[in-house]
Unconditional design. Structure first.
Length: 710
């Protein structure tokens, strides 16, 4: 079986043999923590074939986190003569046929996503019978079960219900390459594999006890040569890539921390003659598939990607992984660099950390599980007999959509709510906010971030450092990294590459897209707005100097509008960038429809000097009248941006006023006004102020801001 899967010269490793024996002969539960490329898929494919030969009627069910990974698994199964199918959101019209094939026993392997486990139709109609007939359950990338891990997904905890419905002695295999001792223990607990009576997890068979066999191997990767380059700025980092990318072996991945950085890096490298593509969570699925295939076929030198390209991608001959910015934990870093060097003798792994990394870590940490009062507000709003959609809940609680949905999934797993057609129901079951655990998880995140800082500066072996962070008891010096064997690459950047990078990143200008629809559910909070925003109340497309996450202007803009920035007049360099934007806006490829006839400022309580001086400079340079400002009305609201669109509109409704003098001027204008603000976060401040100006008589509004969040 192994030779059919992996070639004539393949041999089972000792722990592969032990895992297969435990699953097929002893019908036990196995947790397999092994490095990438070790061959975890061989374990479940060989075990599947043997169980089917022994007359096991039910299929192996593989819970896998990404569609791309599922595609790879289906192809690998076919090579081994194993019939694999997948149920996902992209093949709804095949569900009935696949379900019939499962019941007929003609499907060897069924791949599903963890999210599928709580899809109401699948959970209520397919899952019960599937669980009752499963021959082997495989949980791939099982670290996702743990909120201590680097990629926690609450839907994975649904597996506990699945496990509870399995026939007695159904074998279970959980696999991961990235789990330290704490994550390993937590995965076992979340999967319901803790021994009865609270006994210690055993790593050896112990009679008929329902314990778990933990097979933990070395995490050394003999093919990887690790290194770190300390470069002073984003321009130095992408300039270094432009100089050295062709020296890196084969094709590889360049990871960035943000979507904006991925796009900027890819565009710059293409301008320097490199065939590269970008890959983020915002890339269209067809484009992502094409980019994956181009990298697999070595048609491109590199894929510039966010963490969206992670567990779902397998290219055995990947020659390098470069990180522009450090991930927030050694575990996440090890998982990503593990993509390289699986079937080549040497692969280069380089980290180019940035001073902005910590700010990006803080942003993602802010998306953690919400405080108890926000959770209780959602629970109080839900009914036990009438579902509410996520959109309907947004006006109730000040949370952005993604964070609200994650919270609801956790509450669902905890039994406090239930997902049904049409939204969410309260179950009425008691629920406790586990503040102590959440605090410990937050402390663990902080410790992991510090560990990544120390990785970059450690005087010792880098591979040993990573292995010790993952509690690899056999960790020793690798003899290959830049600390053990000396650096292979120098930090020097040539003058032409440095100049090109600075010029590229120094270009200001991003578009501000106007809002066209009001958020749903505003009537529930007393705001009489719904549906489409009338064209007569919309803004025209606007401009900003840059995004806070940009490699180029991001750092400079964070100094002006970041949470700790002091108020003050607009600096000359930023004012110069605004002038460049106005020139390009007037005479570029996508010019404004009509030249503005005046400047209006958004009155700011937090940064009045910055916004006021910006409006004055624009008026002076453009020889335009400074018409005034839209003034804040009523008491100051909570400091900082609101969480979601509905809450933001509720807070901004009646929060500004157009003074009578400004209204009188607006009514007599024959062209658009330039509306000036400092920071665009959700975009609703500019939308609401534009509405006021248009209703007061402004023919059109052209928004202009210093920065866009995100």
């Amino acid at each position: 079986m192994l030779r059919r899967l992996a070639g004539e010269h393949a041999r089972l490793r000792e722990d592969q043999w032990r895992a297969i024996e435990a699953l097929v002969v002893d019908r036990r539960r196995v947790l397999c923590v092994q490095r990438t490329g070790w061959g975890k898929s061989a374990v479940y494919f060989v075990a599947t074939a043997l169980l089917r030969e022994r007359g096991e009627h039910g299929p192996t069910v593989i819970v896998s986190p990404l569609l791309a990974l599922m595609r790879n698994q289906v192809e690998a199964a076919a090579r081994a003569g194993i019939r694999a199918r997948t149920i996902n959101s992209a093949n709804l019209d095949e569900w009935d046929q696949i379900t019939a094939e499962i019941h007929d026993g003609t499907v060897d392997v069924l791949l599903i996503s963890p999210e599928r486990l709580n899809n109401p139709d699948f959970r209520d109609t397919v899952l019960p019978r599937l669980a009752a007939t499963t021959g082997l359950l495989v949980v791939d990338e099982a670290h996702c079960v743990s909120d201590w891990g680097h990629d926690f997904r609450p839907d994975y905890r649904r597996l506990r219900t699945f496990l509870g419905n399995l026939p007695e002695r159904t074998p279970v295999l959980a696999t991961t390459a990235t789990a330290n001792a704490r994550v390993t223990a937590d995965v076992a607990e979340q999967l319901g594999t803790e021994p009865a009576g609270g006994e210690r997890l055993s790593t050896e068979p112990a009679g008929e006890r329902p314990d778990v066999l933990v097979l933990r191997g070395t995490l050394d990767r003999e093919s990887l040569r690790l290194g770190v380059l300390d470069l002073p700025s984003p321009a130095h980092r992408i300039g270094w890539l432009a100089d050295h990318l062709d020296r890196l072996p084969g094709s590889g991945i360049i990871y960035t921390l943000t979507v904006a950085a991925a796009g900027e890096t890819a565009e710059f490298l293409r301008s320097r003659g490199y065939p590269v593509a970008s890959y983020t969570g915002q890339t269209e699925d067809a484009d992502r598939r094409a980019a994956e295939q181009d990298l697999l076929d070595n048609k491109i030198k590199a894929l510039v990607a966010t963490s969206a390209l992670g567990m779902g991608f397998d290219k055995p001959d990947l020659g390098f992984v470069v990180h522009l910015g450090a991930p927030p934990s050694p575990i996440a870093y090890y998982q990503q660099v593990g993509r390289a060097g699986r079937a080549v003798e040497h692969a280069e792994v380089l980290l180019l950390p940035g001073a902005e990394d910590a700010a990006i870590w803080r942003y993602f940490a802010s998306l953690a599980f919400p405080p108890e009062e926000q959770v209780r507000a959602v629970l109080a709003a839900l009914h036990t007999d009438r579902p509410l959609s996520t959109q309907a809940l947004e006006p109730v609680v000040d949370l952005r959509r993604a964070r609200l949905e994650l919270m609801l999934k956790v509450l669902d797993v905890d039994g406090a709510v239930r997902r049904v057609r049409g939204g969410w129901l309260a179950t009425g079951e008691p629920w406790a906010y586990d503040e102590a655990r959440l605090r410990r998880v937050a402390q663990a995140r902080t410790a992991e971030q510090q560990a990544m800082r120390e990785y970059a500066t450690t005087p010792g072996c880098r591979m040993r450092y990573l292995r010790e962070c993952l509690d690899d008891v056999g960790a020793g010096d690798c003899g290959r990294c830049d600390r053990c064997a000396g650096p292979l690459f120098t930090p020097e950047v040539s003058g032409p590459a440095q100049g090109a990078a600075q010029a590229y990143l120094g270009r200001p200008g991003v578009e501000i897209a106007p809002k066209k629809l009001w958020p749903t559910g505003l009537d529930a909070v007393g705001v009489p707005l719904k549906g489409r925003i009338p064209p007569t109340e919309q803004a025209l497309p606007g401009r900003a100097v840059g995004r806070l996450s940009d490699l180029g202007w991001g750092g400079r803009l964070r100094e002006l509008v970041g949470p700790d920035a002091a108020d003050g007049p607009i600096p000359d360099d930023v004012a110069g960038a605004v002038v460049e934007i106005l020139k390009a806006w007037a005479h570029g490829d996508d010019p404004w429809p009509r030249r503005p006839v005046g400047v209006v400022a958004v009155g700011s309580r937090r940064r009045p000097a910055l916004v006021g001086s910006l409006a004055e400079r624009i008026a002076a340079v453009g020889r335009l009248p400074l018409l005034g400002q839209v003034v804040p009305a009523g008491p100051a609201g909570p400091d900082g941006p609101r969480g979601n669109s509905a809450q933001r509109v509720r807070a901004l409704h009646d929060a500004f006023a157009v003074p009578d003098e400004l209204a009188g001027v607006l009514a007599g204008l024959d062209g658009p006004v330039l509306l000036v603000d400092d920071l665009v976060d959700t975009g609703w401040t500019l939308t609401m102020v534009t509405r006021l100006l248009r209703r007061a008589g402004a023919p059109d509004v052209l928004p202009l801001a210093l920065a866009v969040a995100g």
